[in-house]
Design a protein around this ligand. Structure first.
Ligand SMILES: NC(=O)c1ccc[n+]([C@@H]2O[C@H](COP(=O)([O-])OP(=O)(O)OC[C@H]3O[C@@H](n4cnc5c(N)ncnc54)[C@H](OP(=O)(O)O)[C@@H]3O)[C@@H](O)[C@H]2O)c1
Length: 256
């Protein structure tokens, strides 16, 4: 086998993607399925996950839809247990589930703050903890969390989101150093605006769209498949010595 087919090989690997009922998570799951991986699809919307699992199965890969609320430890542990019962282990975890509330810092409610931190930051920790336990035991595993450009640059009206994504960057480093001796690599990817349901309204507003792309040197936003290269690198054997890193996929936004 040559370097590429040896190191970028996901056949028989089990990949769990949280928040895979729509948007980026769904596209990431479908991309891994096309690459031959077994998929664990996890979110709160079991009906949507079942449909995606059917599509994956009809194209020849294995898929297991599982209901999970990443805010709740018991729910997370049950999802990991069921996934491991089906596939033996989770080789790659993609922490993708996320939420955003857009409101001035003076107006953001306590509930919106709590919800953002619970889903984006605590959820990423709970999933990493539950899957990481067996990865540490197996002395192998890859965890990739979806952060954001807003983990590095402040943005008006996104205070809880920025704080939660900044937390993911530091959580990534802390887990990476703790689990490095056990051959578990923990990394993150930080996109700027991606065309999904989360951003549809804002990107469909011509004035807001122009304002957004003015801040991006490449003068456009990202499509979901432009994240695959970074995610696949960090999920593959080619990144065996990369850990604690957050890879920007932001069209140069943080390079100004
Ligand atoms: N789109 C962007 O421009 C952009 C940019 C940078 C970073 N990101 C990040 O990329 C990730 C995906 O974003 P997206 O645009 O695809 O968002 P999206 O379309 O709104 O999808 C969010 C996903 O998260 C899941 N989710 C939300 N709360 C959950 C919970 N408590 N438990 C389990 N799953 C939950 C949702 O599933 P259910 O509702 O079925 O539970 C859904 O599948 C997020 O972390 C987001 O912050 C997005």
């Amino acid at each position: 086998m040559d370097y590429i087919s040896e190191n970028y090989n996901f056949k028989g690997k089990t990949v769990a993607v949280t928040g895979s009922s729509r948007g980026l998570g769904k596209e990431i799951a479908l991309a891994f399925a096309r690459a031959g991986a077994n998929l664990v699809l996890a979110s709160r919307s079991i009906d949507k996950l079942e449909q995606i699992a059917e599509d994956i199965k009809s194209s020849g890969s294995k898929a297991l839809p599982l209901e999970v609320d990443v805010r709740v430890k018991k729910s997370v542990e049950a999802f990991v247990e069921k996934a491991c019962a089906e596939f033996g282990r989770i080789d790659i975890l993609i922490n993708n589930a996320g939420v955003i509330y857009r409101a001035p810092a003076t107006e953001l409610s306590e509930e919106q703050w709590d919800e953002t931190i619970a889903i984006n930051l605590k959820g990423t920790f709970l999933c990493s903890q539950a899957v990481g336990r067996s990865m540490v035991e197996n002395r192998a595993g890859k965890i990739i969390s979806i952060a954001s450009d807003k983990a590095f640059v402040g943005f008006p009206g996104r205070v809880a989101y920025c704080a939660s994504k900044g937390g993911i960057v530091m959580l990534t480093k802390a887990l990476a150093v703790e689990w490095a001796p056990f051959n578990v690599q923990v990394n993150a990817v930080a996109p700027t605006y991606v065309e999904t349901e989360m951003t549809r309204d804002i990107l469909n507003d011509p004035e807001k769209y122009q304002e957004i792309i003015k801040a991006i040197p490449m003068n456009r936003v990202s499509k979901p498949d432009e994240l695959f290269g970074a995610i696949m690198l960090l999920a593959s054997d080619a990144s065996s010595f990369i850990t604690g890193h957050t890879l920007m996929v932001d069209g140069g936004l943080t390079a100004w």
